[in-house]
Design a protein around this ligand. Sequence first.
Ligand SMILES: Nc1ncnc2c1ncn2[C@@H]1O[C@H](COP(=O)(O)OP(=O)(O)O)[C@@H](O)[C@H]1O
Ligand SMILES: [Mg+2]
Length: 425
Amino acid sequence: MESFAPPLARKVAIDPDSATRSKRSTHLERSHESALAALTAVSSYLDSDEDLPAFFGRLSATIAEQSTARRAAFWRLGPRGTLALQPAPYGFGDESPVYGLRLQLGARGEGVLERLVFADELVLVKGTSPELDAIWHRAGLRDVRNSIAVAWRAGGRRIGAVSVYDSEHGFTAHDLWVLRLVGAAAGLLWQYKESEDEVAHIAVRLEEAMAARRHLLNNIAAGGDEARRRFASALHDDSLQLLTAAELQLERIRADAKGNHHAVQLDQLRLTLRKVEDSLRRLLTNVSSEPVQQPADLGEAISERLESLRIRAGIEPHIESRLPERIPQAIRGIVLKNIAEAVTNVEKHARATKVTVVAEKNDGGIRVSVKDNGTGFVVAESVRVPGHIGLVAVRERAQLAGGWCRIQSEPGAGTKIEFWVPLSL
Ligand SMILES: Nc1ncnc2c1ncn2[C@@H]1O[C@H](COP(=O)(O)OP(=O)(O)O)[C@@H](O)[C@H]1O
Ligand SMILES: [Mg+2]
């Protein structure tokens, strides 16, 4: 922090000489002006659509002007301690060897570059840093008359260096201070730019993830129906057809065998085949009982399911339905599947006399609870039983849609299944 206070300002109070004081206050004013100009130049980039080279070009020009230099350049610290020139340094001719320059840093604290980048140290001798000048000369910039440089920092991070060259009267501590200020401001801007890029990246990745989730969800919503449809048509078109053919064949054999000792056994066989056919047809109605075309009205579908529960199992239903008119089809499918599973469980396992289903719009989604007054069960045990995946599927469907699911039950205390899914995918 210390390095950002105008170095001359601190001395004003202990100098009694008024001429010096007024000279110092002029210095102070100049410091403020330089600081303001530099910060304005840096911060103006935030609103501009300028690309990075154009920005660095403009910033370098301002820096050169503020630190009374003829040339200025930004250097970015790269992997393995290299300093690479940033685009558009100011004041260098097209042919300058500066464009091909790559400076290698050594261990921290060893050379002048390392010390200025990592420790904000630079020794000024007669308006220049002789150590730095030597580096430029060795690197081919033979016409450098004097130079200073400071760390380019982003908060606590050291991201490179800013260097200025050729001050007419040599560089002062004031120039060094202005340069440090600009280095810090440019670093903040760099961080801002970097996080902007990162945010844009994250937004893209998030959108991709959302699209994948929507796709998955639609597949899940349609997947069960698709599998069921294929199963039902295979059952209908193949198995039942073959069975009918077998029965007809049997019919003929039986006619031929009239009166002979096989007749009774053949009758028996015919009865068995009838039973197989019946059972397959029941299976067919079961698998295709959930309409492939989903009902448009979710409330109605729930009522129908509960009505059949009342007729088949004598369980008294109570429904509270406060659903919105428009529900996306995939969400409708998920809600209905989850309710169907919960209600089927009541029918199969609960030995309940009452069931209450509440379905309502809540918090931008649909919240459902299915509660029975039956036997209850130990939730932790039920999820570990192989082959029983109804409740696991209920939870998965809710979570994949971006919602949640809670199962509350205890032996003797009934069961409550609750879930919430958002209305938009
Ligand atoms: N409403 C309920 N009342 C009592 N027990 C239940 C209820 N719902 C689920 N269970 C218990 O949890 C187990 C797991 O349920 P589920 O995952 O749907 O599989 P499945 O219905 O195929 O058995 C059931 O076997 C049953 O023991
Ligand atoms: Mg089940």
